[in-house]
Design a protein around this ligand. Structure first.
Ligand code: TXA
Ligand code: MG
Length: 322
């Protein structure tokens, strides 16, 4: 197989009805989508991604009403988040109903659901009569894709079609909040900032963004999002101290944030010279992929301020460096 990149919703829907997988543009990252109610299609997702079967998938729906038959326990607080942030970069985990295939949830008694905001994703979800299971469209453990060619380069020989929705606007995976326990918990930092969630809920959220030891979010392994080049985190440095490192280590790529004074160095990659957290989030994964293709021996990355999307970017950088 050799994937075609195109914008034809009818073609994408047709492949899905036939049990094939399609590259799905969302506002967060590109997904590897299949019919969530067809166990053979779901099995294909695990196979193509080389994903361990203990790591459950997110089910995608066109709206809140469409997912209600698949879950229970939508509390007033959960409904409030759903109504405020869907469609958008938020995934909610609820107790599941029996109609959800075991393979999708890795046999957990909860299921992750989300309504994405990208118009092509919504269009596709409306044109088929089943929900879409979709993990990020990268081989397991690697950086998530933010452009259609990221998908075709790694998975293009195993899927027939990638819907081209352009570069993703958010660039980080959805934020995951679980309502499957006695209190809401943040399971993954992502494209919706914790501050916004807490503001909507009127309470602070328990943060449980696991590690490999947390069964509540089995996929959030400590080492994930890894580029092929070793990555280490930099301590906080002044412009002068950073510049002297940059100058003396041309074999190292420096992934930095808000350092316009270093723009002339070829080994400096600034996620946002203007110091904009959203711009940095949107550029993170494509920049890591770019660094993978260049000849640097290692990457030194500096952390962003610990607020808003900066915290989600830092989460990915820490895992990439683990
Ligand atoms: O932005 C996104 O969420 C993208 C786009 C394509 O929608 N999808 C995505 O899927 O990031 P994936 O499979 O790469 O990450 C899903 C995460 C995994 O860490 C998985 O362990 C967790 O969601 N998850 C899924 N079901 C769960 C459940 N029932 N309880 C706890 N965590 C769950
Ligand atoms: Mg993923």
């Amino acid at each position: 197989m050799s994937a075609i990149i195109g914008t034809d919703l009818a073609v994408a829907a047709d492949w899905l009805r036939r049990g094939e997988l399609v590259g799905l543009p969302t506002e967060t990252v590109y997904g590897l989508a299949g019919n969530a109610l067809d166990p053979a299609a779901v099995a294909k997702i695990f196979h193509v991604k080389q994903r361990p079967a203990f790591d459950p998938l997110i089910m995608h729906f066109p709206d809140l009403a469409a997912l209600e038959p698949f879950v229970t326990g939508i509390t007033p607080a959960a409904r409030q988040l759903a109504e405020r942030y869907w469609p958008g970069p938020l995934t909610l985990v609820f107790p599941r109903r029996d109609v959800v295939p075991d393979l999708v949830t890795a046999e957990l008694d909860s299921v992750a659901v989300r309504v994405p905001r990208h118009p092509l994703a919504l269009g596709l979800l409306r044109s088929v009569d089943f929900p879409l299971a979709a993990p990020s469209a990268n081989p397991f453990g690697y950086v998530s894709p933010t452009r259609p060619d990221h998908v075709t380069r790694q998975l293009g020989d195993q899927i027939p079609y990638v819907l081209d929705g352009g570069p993703t606007v958010i660039g980080l995976e959805s934020t995951i909040v679980s309502f499957a326990g006695s209190e809401p918990r943040l399971l993954r930092r992502g494209g919706l900032a914790l501050e916004e969630l807490e503001d909507a809920l009127g309470q602070t959220l328990v943060v449980n963004t696991h590690s490999s030891s947390n069964p509540a979010a089995p996929g959030m392994l400590a080492q994930h999002y890894s580029p092929g080049v070793p990555l280490a985190l930099l301590p906080e440095l002044s412009d002068e101290a950073l510049e002297s490192k940059v100058r003396t280590a041309p074999e190292v790529a420096f992934l930095v944030f808000g350092r316009p004074g270093l723009a002339d160095y070829e080994n400096v990659f600034d996620l946002s010279t203007a110091g904009d957290l959203r711009e940095a989030a949107a550029r993170l994964f494509a920049t890591l992929r770019q660094l993978d293709e260049l000849d640097f021996q290692r990457i030194f990355a500096e952390l962003l301020p610990e607020r808003g999307l900066g915290r989600a970017v830092n989460d990915r950088l820490r895992r990439a460096g683990a």
